[in-house]
Design a protein around this ligand. Structure first.
Ligand code: G3H
Ligand code: 13P
Ligand code: NA
Ligand code: ZN
Length: 328
Protein backbone atom coordinates (compact mmCIF):
# COMPACT_ATOMS: atom_id res chain seq x y z
CA UNK A 1 0.00 0.00 0.00
CA UNK A 2 1.07 3.61 -0.54
CA UNK A 3 2.10 5.37 2.67
CA UNK A 4 3.76 8.69 3.44
CA UNK A 5 7.44 9.31 4.01
CA UNK A 6 6.67 10.45 7.56
CA UNK A 7 4.93 7.16 8.36
CA UNK A 8 7.78 5.07 6.98
CA UNK A 9 10.66 7.05 8.48
CA UNK A 10 9.01 7.25 11.91
CA UNK A 11 8.92 3.43 11.84
CA UNK A 12 12.53 3.29 10.62
CA UNK A 13 13.68 5.59 13.42
CA UNK A 14 11.80 3.60 16.02
CA UNK A 15 13.42 0.36 14.82
CA UNK A 16 16.83 1.78 13.87
CA UNK A 17 16.98 0.96 10.17
CA UNK A 18 17.50 2.88 6.91
CA UNK A 19 15.35 2.85 3.77
CA UNK A 20 16.80 3.05 0.27
CA UNK A 21 15.06 5.54 -2.02
CA UNK A 22 15.50 4.23 -5.55
CA UNK A 23 14.86 6.43 -8.58
CA UNK A 24 12.42 5.09 -11.15
CA UNK A 25 11.70 6.12 -14.72
CA UNK A 26 10.16 3.02 -16.29
CA UNK A 27 8.30 -0.22 -15.70
CA UNK A 28 11.36 -2.45 -15.63
CA UNK A 29 12.98 -0.48 -12.80
CA UNK A 30 9.72 -0.61 -10.86
CA UNK A 31 9.31 -4.36 -11.39
CA UNK A 32 12.90 -5.12 -10.35
CA UNK A 33 12.84 -2.91 -7.24
CA UNK A 34 9.51 -4.35 -6.05
CA UNK A 35 10.66 -7.93 -6.70
CA UNK A 36 13.61 -7.21 -4.42
CA UNK A 37 11.40 -5.55 -1.80
CA UNK A 38 8.98 -8.50 -1.85
CA UNK A 39 11.81 -11.04 -1.59
CA UNK A 40 13.25 -9.16 1.40
CA UNK A 41 9.88 -8.19 2.92
CA UNK A 42 11.14 -4.61 2.90
CA UNK A 43 9.30 -1.29 2.67
CA UNK A 44 10.63 0.95 -0.10
CA UNK A 45 10.74 4.53 -1.35
CA UNK A 46 10.28 5.00 -5.09
CA UNK A 47 11.28 8.45 -6.23
CA UNK A 48 10.80 10.27 -9.51
CA UNK A 49 12.90 13.25 -10.54
CA UNK A 50 11.54 16.06 -12.68
CA UNK A 51 13.36 14.30 -15.52
CA UNK A 52 11.54 11.04 -14.75
CA UNK A 53 8.19 12.84 -14.76
CA UNK A 54 8.81 14.30 -18.19
CA UNK A 55 10.30 11.00 -19.49
CA UNK A 56 7.42 8.73 -18.45
CA UNK A 57 4.65 11.28 -17.88
CA UNK A 58 2.72 11.80 -14.65
CA UNK A 59 -0.21 9.61 -15.71
CA UNK A 60 2.10 6.71 -16.53
CA UNK A 61 4.08 7.08 -13.31
CA UNK A 62 0.95 7.26 -11.16
CA UNK A 63 -0.58 4.16 -12.75
CA UNK A 64 2.72 2.28 -12.73
CA UNK A 65 3.12 2.81 -9.00
CA UNK A 66 -0.54 1.89 -8.45
CA UNK A 67 0.07 -1.32 -10.41
CA UNK A 68 3.20 -2.13 -8.39
CA UNK A 69 1.25 -1.57 -5.17
CA UNK A 70 -1.54 -3.84 -6.42
CA UNK A 71 0.98 -6.55 -7.35
CA UNK A 72 2.63 -6.32 -3.92
CA UNK A 73 -0.16 -5.54 -1.45
CA UNK A 74 2.01 -6.33 1.60
CA UNK A 75 4.84 -3.93 0.73
CA UNK A 76 4.62 -0.36 2.10
CA UNK A 77 5.59 2.00 -0.74
CA UNK A 78 6.33 5.73 -0.59
CA UNK A 79 5.98 7.62 -3.88
CA UNK A 80 8.30 10.61 -3.62
CA UNK A 81 9.19 13.61 -5.79
CA UNK A 82 12.99 13.81 -5.93
CA UNK A 83 14.53 17.32 -6.00
CA UNK A 84 11.47 19.48 -6.54
CA UNK A 85 12.72 22.89 -7.71
CA UNK A 86 9.70 25.05 -6.83
CA UNK A 87 6.23 25.00 -5.32
CA UNK A 88 4.49 24.17 -8.61
CA UNK A 89 6.57 21.01 -9.11
CA UNK A 90 5.82 19.81 -5.58
CA UNK A 91 2.11 20.59 -5.68
CA UNK A 92 1.57 18.98 -9.09
CA UNK A 93 3.35 15.84 -7.83
CA UNK A 94 0.93 15.66 -4.90
CA UNK A 95 -2.00 16.11 -7.30
CA UNK A 96 -0.65 13.12 -9.24
CA UNK A 97 -0.68 10.88 -6.20
CA UNK A 98 2.83 11.30 -4.81
CA UNK A 99 2.67 10.81 -1.03
CA UNK A 100 5.84 12.79 -0.43
CA UNK A 101 7.82 15.60 -2.06
CA UNK A 102 11.29 17.01 -1.79
CA UNK A 103 11.38 20.79 -1.92
CA UNK A 104 15.04 21.36 -2.71
CA UNK A 105 15.48 25.00 -1.76
CA UNK A 106 19.23 24.62 -1.30
CA UNK A 107 19.37 25.80 -4.90
CA UNK A 108 17.28 28.39 -6.68
CA UNK A 109 14.60 27.35 -9.14
CA UNK A 110 17.20 26.89 -11.91
CA UNK A 111 18.81 24.18 -9.69
CA UNK A 112 22.21 25.68 -10.44
CA UNK A 113 22.51 28.75 -8.19
CA UNK A 114 23.03 28.15 -4.47
CA UNK A 115 20.07 29.81 -2.70
CA UNK A 116 20.08 32.06 0.36
CA UNK A 117 19.09 30.54 3.69
CA UNK A 118 16.11 32.88 3.77
CA UNK A 119 14.81 31.72 0.37
CA UNK A 120 15.25 28.07 1.34
CA UNK A 121 13.48 28.46 4.67
CA UNK A 122 10.50 30.31 3.26
CA UNK A 123 9.85 28.14 0.21
CA UNK A 124 10.25 24.94 2.23
CA UNK A 125 7.87 26.25 4.88
CA UNK A 126 5.23 27.14 2.26
CA UNK A 127 5.45 23.72 0.60
CA UNK A 128 5.29 21.96 3.96
CA UNK A 129 2.15 23.85 4.95
CA UNK A 130 0.47 23.00 1.65
CA UNK A 131 1.57 19.35 1.70
CA UNK A 132 0.60 18.73 5.30
CA UNK A 133 -2.85 20.19 4.60
CA UNK A 134 -3.48 17.26 2.23
CA UNK A 135 -1.57 14.60 4.18
CA UNK A 136 1.65 14.47 2.16
CA UNK A 137 5.20 14.58 3.57
CA UNK A 138 8.05 16.96 2.76
CA UNK A 139 11.80 16.56 2.56
CA UNK A 140 13.91 19.74 2.66
CA UNK A 141 17.61 20.18 1.95
CA UNK A 142 20.12 22.30 3.80
CA UNK A 143 23.67 22.67 2.50
CA UNK A 144 24.84 22.23 -1.09
CA UNK A 145 25.82 18.83 -2.44
CA UNK A 146 29.32 18.78 -3.85
CA UNK A 147 32.80 17.36 -3.55
CA UNK A 148 35.00 18.38 -0.62
CA UNK A 149 37.96 17.35 -2.81
CA UNK A 150 37.24 19.75 -5.66
CA UNK A 151 34.59 22.15 -4.34
CA UNK A 152 32.28 21.50 -7.29
CA UNK A 153 28.98 19.65 -7.65
CA UNK A 154 30.64 17.11 -9.90
CA UNK A 155 27.59 15.94 -11.86
CA UNK A 156 28.83 15.06 -15.32
CA UNK A 157 25.55 16.01 -17.03
CA UNK A 158 25.66 19.55 -15.71
CA UNK A 159 22.92 19.27 -13.08
CA UNK A 160 23.67 20.52 -9.59
CA UNK A 161 25.27 23.74 -8.34
CA UNK A 162 27.41 25.70 -10.77
CA UNK A 163 30.77 27.15 -9.84
CA UNK A 164 33.09 26.74 -6.88
CA UNK A 165 31.46 26.05 -3.51
CA UNK A 166 32.90 26.93 -0.11
CA UNK A 167 33.59 24.33 2.57
CA UNK A 168 30.80 25.72 4.76
CA UNK A 169 28.26 25.30 1.94
CA UNK A 170 29.47 21.72 1.44
CA UNK A 171 28.92 20.69 5.08
CA UNK A 172 25.52 21.38 6.66
CA UNK A 173 25.73 23.45 9.84
CA UNK A 174 24.16 21.52 12.76
CA UNK A 175 22.76 24.63 14.52
CA UNK A 176 21.25 25.94 11.31
CA UNK A 177 19.68 22.51 10.76
CA UNK A 178 17.84 22.80 14.07
CA UNK A 179 16.60 26.28 13.18
CA UNK A 180 15.54 25.14 9.70
CA UNK A 181 13.55 22.16 10.92
CA UNK A 182 11.79 24.12 13.66
CA UNK A 183 10.88 26.87 11.19
CA UNK A 184 9.77 24.69 8.27
CA UNK A 185 8.36 21.61 10.08
CA UNK A 186 9.70 19.43 7.26
CA UNK A 187 9.44 15.66 7.83
CA UNK A 188 12.88 14.81 6.49
CA UNK A 189 16.07 16.78 5.97
CA UNK A 190 18.69 16.15 3.30
CA UNK A 191 22.12 17.26 4.41
CA UNK A 192 25.51 17.87 2.81
CA UNK A 193 28.33 15.71 4.19
CA UNK A 194 30.66 15.28 1.21
CA UNK A 195 28.57 13.14 -1.10
CA UNK A 196 27.58 14.32 -4.57
CA UNK A 197 25.36 13.07 -7.38
CA UNK A 198 26.49 10.84 -10.21
CA UNK A 199 29.27 8.29 -10.68
CA UNK A 200 32.27 10.57 -10.06
CA UNK A 201 32.11 11.32 -6.34
CA UNK A 202 35.62 10.64 -5.07
CA UNK A 203 39.03 10.12 -6.70
CA UNK A 204 39.95 7.59 -4.00
CA UNK A 205 38.22 5.45 -1.39
CA UNK A 206 36.78 8.18 0.87
CA UNK A 207 38.03 8.82 4.41
CA UNK A 208 36.83 11.33 7.04
CA UNK A 209 38.47 14.24 5.16
CA UNK A 210 36.20 13.93 2.14
CA UNK A 211 33.16 12.10 3.56
CA UNK A 212 32.14 13.60 6.88
CA UNK A 213 30.31 11.13 9.09
CA UNK A 214 31.11 13.53 11.95
CA UNK A 215 28.74 16.05 10.33
CA UNK A 216 25.91 13.51 10.30
CA UNK A 217 26.50 12.69 13.95
CA UNK A 218 26.59 16.36 14.98
CA UNK A 219 23.36 17.14 13.09
CA UNK A 220 21.50 14.13 14.43
CA UNK A 221 22.45 14.90 18.04
CA UNK A 222 20.12 17.91 18.38
CA UNK A 223 17.72 17.49 15.49
CA UNK A 224 14.04 17.89 16.40
CA UNK A 225 11.43 15.41 15.15
CA UNK A 226 12.79 15.08 11.60
CA UNK A 227 14.61 12.32 9.73
CA UNK A 228 18.00 12.57 8.05
CA UNK A 229 18.43 11.92 4.33
CA UNK A 230 21.69 11.13 2.55
CA UNK A 231 21.73 12.02 -1.14
CA UNK A 232 24.41 10.88 -3.54
CA UNK A 233 24.58 7.50 -1.81
CA UNK A 234 25.53 5.28 -4.71
CA UNK A 235 28.51 3.08 -3.97
CA UNK A 236 29.60 2.90 -7.62
CA UNK A 237 30.83 -0.64 -6.92
CA UNK A 238 33.90 -1.93 -8.70
CA UNK A 239 32.01 -5.00 -10.01
CA UNK A 240 29.61 -2.73 -11.93
CA UNK A 241 32.44 -0.57 -13.28
CA UNK A 242 34.08 -3.82 -14.43
CA UNK A 243 30.84 -5.12 -15.96
CA UNK A 244 30.45 -1.91 -17.99
CA UNK A 245 34.11 -1.52 -18.93
CA UNK A 246 34.52 -5.24 -19.62
CA UNK A 247 31.78 -5.01 -22.24
CA UNK A 248 32.89 -2.07 -24.31
CA UNK A 249 32.24 0.73 -21.80
CA UNK A 250 34.76 3.45 -21.06
CA UNK A 251 34.03 4.86 -17.60
CA UNK A 252 37.07 6.35 -15.87
CA UNK A 253 37.96 4.67 -12.54
CA UNK A 254 35.91 6.24 -9.75
CA UNK A 255 34.83 5.78 -6.13
CA UNK A 256 31.41 6.13 -4.51
CA UNK A 257 30.15 5.89 -0.94
CA UNK A 258 31.17 2.50 0.49
CA UNK A 259 28.15 0.56 1.76
CA UNK A 260 29.84 0.20 5.16
CA UNK A 261 29.94 4.01 5.45
CA UNK A 262 26.19 4.11 4.75
CA UNK A 263 25.71 1.47 7.43
CA UNK A 264 27.62 3.75 9.85
CA UNK A 265 25.45 6.66 8.74
CA UNK A 266 22.32 4.66 9.53
CA UNK A 267 23.71 3.94 13.00
CA UNK A 268 24.13 7.70 13.38
CA UNK A 269 20.54 8.43 12.35
CA UNK A 270 20.33 8.46 8.54
CA UNK A 271 16.92 7.06 7.57
CA UNK A 272 16.53 7.70 3.81
CA UNK A 273 19.35 6.76 1.44
CA UNK A 274 19.08 8.04 -2.15
CA UNK A 275 20.40 5.71 -4.86
CA UNK A 276 20.12 6.22 -8.60
CA UNK A 277 23.56 5.85 -10.22
CA UNK A 278 24.10 2.26 -8.97
CA UNK A 279 20.72 1.24 -10.41
CA UNK A 280 21.57 2.80 -13.76
CA UNK A 281 24.94 1.05 -13.84
CA UNK A 282 23.40 -2.34 -12.96
CA UNK A 283 20.97 -2.22 -15.87
CA UNK A 284 23.35 -0.66 -18.37
CA UNK A 285 26.08 -3.15 -17.50
CA UNK A 286 23.78 -6.01 -18.47
CA UNK A 287 22.59 -4.23 -21.63
CA UNK A 288 26.23 -3.91 -22.71
CA UNK A 289 26.98 -7.53 -21.85
CA UNK A 290 24.02 -8.86 -23.83
CA UNK A 291 24.83 -6.62 -26.78
CA UNK A 292 28.41 -7.88 -26.76
CA UNK A 293 27.60 -11.58 -26.10
CA UNK A 294 24.71 -11.81 -28.59
CA UNK A 295 25.21 -9.34 -31.44
CA UNK A 296 22.33 -10.92 -33.37
CA UNK A 297 19.76 -10.31 -30.60
CA UNK A 298 17.13 -7.63 -31.20
CA UNK A 299 14.29 -8.50 -28.81
CA UNK A 300 14.37 -5.79 -26.11
CA UNK A 301 13.03 -8.25 -23.53
CA UNK A 302 16.24 -10.23 -23.89
CA UNK A 303 18.09 -7.11 -22.76
CA UNK A 304 15.62 -6.21 -20.02
CA UNK A 305 15.52 -9.60 -18.28
CA UNK A 306 19.19 -9.75 -17.20
CA UNK A 307 19.16 -5.99 -16.55
CA UNK A 308 16.20 -6.38 -14.16
CA UNK A 309 17.91 -9.32 -12.46
CA UNK A 310 21.10 -7.28 -11.90
CA UNK A 311 19.05 -4.38 -10.47
CA UNK A 312 17.11 -6.77 -8.22
CA UNK A 313 20.39 -8.19 -6.86
CA UNK A 314 21.65 -4.69 -6.09
CA UNK A 315 18.41 -3.68 -4.34
CA UNK A 316 18.30 -6.87 -2.28
CA UNK A 317 21.84 -6.19 -1.06
CA UNK A 318 20.90 -2.66 0.06
CA UNK A 319 17.71 -3.84 1.82
CA UNK A 320 19.74 -6.46 3.70
CA UNK A 321 22.59 -4.16 4.65
CA UNK A 322 20.45 -1.14 5.61
CA UNK A 323 18.30 -3.27 7.92
CA UNK A 324 15.18 -2.68 5.79
CA UNK A 325 14.72 -6.41 5.16
CA UNK A 326 12.00 -7.94 7.28
CA UNK A 327 10.43 -4.57 8.20
CA UNK A 328 7.45 -4.70 5.80
O1 G3H B 1 19.48 13.62 -8.25
C1 G3H B 1 19.37 13.23 -9.41
C2 G3H B 1 18.82 11.87 -9.66
O2 G3H B 1 19.88 10.97 -9.87
C3 G3H B 1 17.86 11.93 -10.83
O3 G3H B 1 18.53 12.17 -12.02
O4 G3H B 1 17.36 14.15 -13.02
O5 G3H B 1 18.71 12.58 -14.45
O6 G3H B 1 16.50 11.85 -13.47
P1 G3H B 1 17.72 12.74 -13.32
P1 13P C 1 23.46 8.90 -6.73
O1 13P C 1 23.82 9.65 -7.98
O2 13P C 1 24.65 8.73 -5.83
O3 13P C 1 22.79 7.62 -7.00
O4 13P C 1 22.43 9.82 -5.89
C1 13P C 1 21.07 9.85 -6.22
C2 13P C 1 20.33 10.95 -5.50
O5 13P C 1 20.78 11.58 -4.56
C3 13P C 1 18.96 11.24 -6.02
O6 13P C 1 18.38 12.30 -5.33
NA1 NA D 1 14.61 13.29 -2.67
ZN1 ZN E 1 19.74 13.82 -4.71
Amino acid sequence: ALITLRQLLDHAAEHGYGVPAFNINNMEQGLAILRAAAACEAPVILQASRGARSYAGDIMLRNMVAALAEMHPDIPIVMHQDHGNNEATCLSAIRHGFTSVMMDGSLEEDMKTPASYDYNLHITRRVTQAAHAVGASVEGELGVLGSLETGVAGEEDGSGAEGKLSQDQLLTDPDQAVDFVLATKCDALAIACGTSHGAYKFSRKPDGDILSMATIEAIHRNLPSTHLVMHGSSSVPQYLQDLINGNGGDMPQTYGVPVEEIERGIQMGVRKVNIDTDCRMAMTGQFRKLARDKPTEFDPRKFMIPAMAELETLCRDRFERFGTAGQA
